[in-house]
Design a protein around this ligand. Sequence first.
Ligand SMILES: C[S@@+](CC[C@H](N)C(=O)[O-])C[C@H]1O[C@@H](n2cnc3c(N)ncnc32)[C@H](O)[C@@H]1O
Length: 456
Amino acid sequence: MKPTDVPSIQHSARQVAIQVVTNILLQQGSLSTQLARHQHDVASEHIPLLKELCFGVCRQYPLLNSIALHLLNHPFEEKDMDLYAALLIGLYQLGYMNTPDHAAVNETVEACRLLNKDWATKLINAVLRRYQREADDIIEALEAMPSVEYNQPKWLVKRFKKHWPEQLEQIIEASNTHPPMCIRINESQVSRETYKIQLAEQGIESQDGVLSPSALYLRSAVRVNELPDFDDGFSSVQDESAQLAAHILAPEIGERVLDACAAPGGKTGHLLEFAAAKENAEQTLDLTAVELEPWRLEKIEANLERIGLMANLQCADAGDLDAWWDGIQFDKILLDVPCSATGVIRRNPDIKINRKPAEIDELTSIQKNIVDQVWKTLKPGGYLLYATCSLMPEENEQQVAAFLATHDDAIEKPLNSLNSELDISLGLPVSHGHQLFPTVKGNDGFYYCLIQKVIA
Ligand SMILES: C[S@@+](CC[C@H](N)C(=O)[O-])C[C@H]1O[C@@H](n2cnc3c(N)ncnc32)[C@H](O)[C@@H]1O
């Protein structure tokens, strides 16, 4: 089935959620892309409900999918994926929301009519009513399935168990929760202590991050326009692990720096802020940011405009040097490669639906090509920080091991080599680099390894 676009604004949150979830089930794009495209099809006051339905269904998908398949005699065909999306949303409402049960059932049945699939109303009604009556028994019957026990795809549970048996519980628990709201303080404008006071004056309670000196966790999430001087770039929403990149690379004014896979520009902005804060200067860093996707490059532009700092933006494949590189080598490179995002499932819960094991192999070969090429743009004596938000060793320590084995001019360095103030006890030191695991109330899962190009 082709995804049909919702034709006009002011559809109900449920109708638009059905559209978004259908497109995700049909692998038509990520949750964030789909929401960006469709959220304006509902009135603004219904956007939170739309998000709750879509994020909720993705977050609970392994469980909801098992329940739905258990209750249906035959799975729906691809052309009826919209009905399946409606059913999952109905089950989510019954299981996780305060919607009265009869309303959840009736509205889902009505949704089938709006989809012009009246033939399915009886079936959907019967399935939801049975779940309503027998929920506990059904869940008990399914509990032994790994996808239900862990609420994660079976293949992913298998990999987590294999690679991280000791951290399994933590990974699963953190990956299934809502992430906390973490902000980065722009230290070139204001100190963390002062900003914390400003937040408190507005009734927003916050707590220092433990890994990144620029991180504050908010006790409850707020809209960004409630954050003091947000429009002037005094703070940005960014996970604490992600904030470590700039603290590890510690760029200085006068250095030529590359951010090779840059969008949406969270780390680009931080690299610029970091240098400006240290030098307290009017000048900014000589920073080149490369991004493959034009629409994502626009996000970097918007981010930099808000914080009032500048970079040389290039829309290109970072691995295709002819397309963007002027031949002058860089002092420092941040390589935050595209990855499986298995450390940030809680922020991208559609991974539970769409990510396939074969993609890990594809991603590792994309990463290999980018790092091999970008390495040529680094000065002898310069540093490259390899980063992912993945928990898969193939994308992380094994990728670095293969790189070091084939590059005589590369040596691994401790993560605090460029910044002695950085606490080195980050996550778990692995064979190469450090693996950070997601924590329920704190940081996302991440991986960092710092590599220096030796002077011949
Ligand atoms: C993990 S995200 C980067 C996040 C970013 N560093 C930040 O902190 O906001 C990876 C980015 O790399 C981009 N990308 C993928 N392949 C690329 C390539 N060959 N060259 C450049 N960018 C690429 C993706 O579009 C995506 O925006």
